[in-house]
Write a protein that binds this ligand. Sequence first.
Ligand SMILES: C[S@@+](CC[C@H](N)C(=O)[O-])C[C@H]1O[C@@H](n2cnc3c(N)ncnc32)[C@H](O)[C@@H]1O
Length: 287
Amino acid sequence: MLGATLDYFILRGLAHRRNLATEEQLDLRSRQVSARSFEEDPSKIHKILRRFEGHLPVDPGLQYLDMGCGSGELTIAFARFGVKRITGVDFLPRHIERAQACARLVGAGEGVRFLCRDLRTWVPEKKYDVLLSFDALEHIDEPEGCLRKMTDFIAPGGIAVLAFGPLFHSPYGDHMWDFFRLQIPWRGVLFSEQALLRVRRECFRPTDPAQGYREIAGGLNLMRYSEFLRYVRDTGWEFAYLAVNTFLKPVPPLRLLSDMVMQVPALRDYFVHNVYAVLRRAARAPY
Ligand SMILES: C[S@@+](CC[C@H](N)C(=O)[O-])C[C@H]1O[C@@H](n2cnc3c(N)ncnc32)[C@H](O)[C@@H]1O
């Protein structure tokens, strides 16, 4: 906004250090799994199912894959909800260790398994009927490549159910709310990347050496909504369902404005923060 140095001083003044933690402390915390620490929020899965308006099947006969499962809360929640065979994949070892410990703790059963793999390079030994991905597609680097790779994961007639966001260019898309006292909308767009990452190191993750958004542990790609639409089309998928949350929509008087913004692609990218999409393989190959 005003150059890296001035931006840094503004942002530093708005930041706090209450959530400061090294990677070692995070690893240690994620190993501390107890019945009390694993209390999934049952309303979360209901909320997801409602959000997909009947387009997300929960079927004990299908094989599920949870891509970017984190520490597996939702993977296990789906298993408890009736899914019999589900595999969670994430590339951060501490997440998978925690997910496996949680699965053992709650007796999730043999049908639930977790693998520490990078989705961009993983070659699965079988295909899946339902690919799930929650809050991950805005993190996975090279999202277009990931969408293309997903075509290797899916069984004939299968679907991919994706819920993700906030997208980077939307008001809270920088995912940095955990160490700011005051949230400035579009902070990631307005302020210098160098300054934001410097404040992040000082106030939040002192041992994550990331100098750019894409290098943050767990990743943060800068995909725009318009790019997502294009990537879907170019990688051989088509939409069976598509819905978005926009920044303005929750405020009833602004709904009309929200609908207008959605008609202007260049503006739309700055207002769409969450995307809910169900994809199936396109009948025709991408051009
Ligand atoms: C915000 S978390 C979401 C976790 C979980 N799905 C949930 O809803 O709680 C995003 C996850 O994507 C994972 N991720 C990012 N890039 C990945 C990749 N290339 N391969 C596997 N996992 C990846 C990160 O490690 C992180 O755990």
